[in-house]
Design a protein around this ligand. Structure first.
Ligand code: F6P
Length: 536
């Protein structure tokens, strides 16, 4: 696509629409004026109900956004992804995390015209997925049955950490009570140390999760864990009862590097699984151990249901498409630079951290897949904390601050074992906050004035079960795909993360060599202050 998104005819129409119809809109009045507003701007999708009616838009907005999506070839790119084409153009890779959760018989996508035209290689890939999945789930069941293993330590970072972590935390009610799960990601030794002080080698299974098996933090943590293991009774001898082979598993596409590290057991996956999209693959072994084979398949089934919805629903009722277009609308036409994620669920307390990588590492870019510089901003800053905690931290700013910040509420109809007063308070607070952002507070003195007219989306799950969670995460994956496709960027590479890694390597080398030629005074002084004993 050799043009930037502002060249699309619908782009100018959307700018005019914002100026003429939305900039001055009053949400409360919009509801009063249109009894159909709620019905037209909300919908049920698999496992997720979305009320998008408190957003600063209307049906004309959505119609123009749909035109923009059409002019930007979103559906064509979506189908190219489904066909296994190299949608990750800069790395020449397909993007097929959705294949990881497709049933052997292609499930709800078996009638999809693109799937029906699949190449033999795609059918073979699906077969490989299930062979690997069956092996992973078998291993998970073996670990679950092994009473000696009480602690599972996942060592990984980014997509090799955040996905498994958010799912294991969220599905606490489904987690095997006899196992304790630890997630070590930061290179700060305090994190690994905190865990190692609480586990014993003979009772611990270490999962070294790294797609590349080269990430510095993960490798250092894994080597330190290995040394701790050997220093505390473990053995490198495969025949020993407490051996590296029995207590370490590598989860990676780089099987050779795992073998070189000295890990005998490796679960592999493919380069067409992006790191931040990999929890459905072998990277999700900790999840499979936590919730078991059947519930892991439920997680996959929920995501697959959302996949089928995304790949097959008409635009006007395609929730990932609507949300992705809403993101473009807020970022490029309403000029809103961030989005607050407010999951009213303790179980979803790590969701925002997961979404930060998913959205900001996918779409925090300034050039198109064809190398054209973008004049328009892309990914919003994603931030937030669970409710009701956010109400006692930053909701003051959301209600009275100078910035209008769209809020995304996520709530559960069924609070599980904590139904009753706790759950009722939780959901009523979420609804009240969304209402307050919209209606504001007027005529009670300037201190209490809240402008109102502040937008929010409200996503509702029946309960926090594997299928619902799978659908919710898949919804966000596809939403990111949509906004990236409109912007014309490659949402599936992450070249920007290389600079920091490169400079860190150079600083280590300069510290060792003492050669600071050409290094700025600040960096040099900081290195001296932090890396040497002298206080000079
Ligand atoms: O942040 C850069 C990144 O490459 C992420 O995309 C990835 O999820 C993370 O580092 C970890 O990479 P790996 O799984 O290869 O260790």
């Amino acid at each position: 696509m050799l043009s930037t998104c502002d060249a699309a005819p619908a782009w100018g129409a959307l700018q005019n629409h914002y100026r003429d119809s939305i900039r001055g809109m009053n949400l409360s009045q919009a509801f009063a004026a249109d009894g159909q507003r709620l019905a037209q701007l909300s919908q049920q999708a698999p496992h997720v109900f979305a009320d998008l009616s408190k957003n600063l838009w209307n049906t004309e907005t959505e119609s123009l956004l749909g035109l923009l999506a059409s002019q930007r070839g979103v559906a064509q790119l979506r189908d190219a992804m489904l066909a296994g084409e190299a949608v990750n153009s800069s790395e020449g890779r397909a993007v097929m995390h959705w294949l990881l959760r497709m049933p052997r018989d292609r499930g709800a996508l078996s009638e999809n015209p693109v799937v029906q035209q699949w190449s033999p290689a795609m059918h073979a890939a699906l077969g490989d997925v299930h062979t690997t999945l069956d092996a992973m789930l078998e291993l998970a069941e073996q670990v679950r049955a092994d009473a000696r293993i009480t602690d599972i330590v996942n060592i990984g970072i980014g997509g090799s950490h955040l996905g498994p972590e958010v799912v294991v935390n969220a599905l606490e009610d489904w987690v095997d009570a006899g196992k304790h799960f630890h997630f070590v990601s930061n290179v700060d030794g305090h994190e690994l140390g905190h865990v190692l002080r609480r586990v014993k080698p003979q009772n611990t299974l270490f999962l070294v999760a790294s797609k590349s098996f080269t990430t510095a933090e993960t490798m250092l943590n894994a080597h330190s864990a290995r040394q701790w293991f050997l220093d505390n009774g473990g053995s490198a001898d495969a025949a020993a009862p407490c051996s590296i082979d029995r207590h370490f598993v590598a989860l990676t596409t780089n099987v050779a590097a795992a073998a070189e590290f000295g890990i005998g057991r490796t679960l592999g996956f493919w380069d067409w699984v992006g790191g931040r999209f990999s929890l459905w693959s072998a990277i999700g072994l900790s999840v499979a151990i936590a919730i078991g084979r059947e519930q892991f398949r439920e997680l996959l089934a929920g995501a697959h249901a959302m996949d089928a919805h995304f790949f097959g629903s008409p635009a006007e009722k395609n929730l990932p498409l609507r949300l992705g277009l809403l993101d473009v609308w807020y970022r490029d036409f309403c000029g809103l630079g961030s989005r607050c994620i407010a999951p009213y669920s303790h179980g979803l307390r790590r969701l925002t951290a997961y979404l930060q990588q998913l959205e900001m590492e996918s779409n925090g870019k300034g050039v198109t897949r064809d190398g054209l510089s973008l004049k328009q901003p892309t990914a919003p800053v994603i931030w937030g904390e669970p409710g009701t905690n956010g109400q006692h931290a930053f909701f003051q700013m959301l209600h009275q601050g100078q910035d209008v910040i769209p809020v995304e509420f996520i709530a559960l109809r069924d609070g599980g074992k904590y139904l009753g007063a706790h759950h009722q308070s939780l959901v009523v607070n979420a609804i009240a906050q969304a209402q307050g952002l919209m209606v504001g507070r007027h005529g009670e003195g300037h201190e209490r004035h809240c402008s109102g007219n502040r937008p929010s989306s409200f996503l509702l799950l029946q309960q926090l079960d594997p299928a619902s969670l799978g659908a919710l995460i898949a919804l966000y994956e596809h939403r990111v795909f949509v906004s990236g496709a409109v912007w014309g960027i490659n949402s599936f590479d992450q070249w920007g993360v290389e600079l920091g890694k490169k400079l860190a390597r150079e600083l280590h080398q300069r510290h060792d060599s003492g050669d600071w030629q050409g290094v700025d005074a600040s960096t040099r002084a900081l290195m001296r202050r932090l890396m040497t004993a002298d206080q000079g």
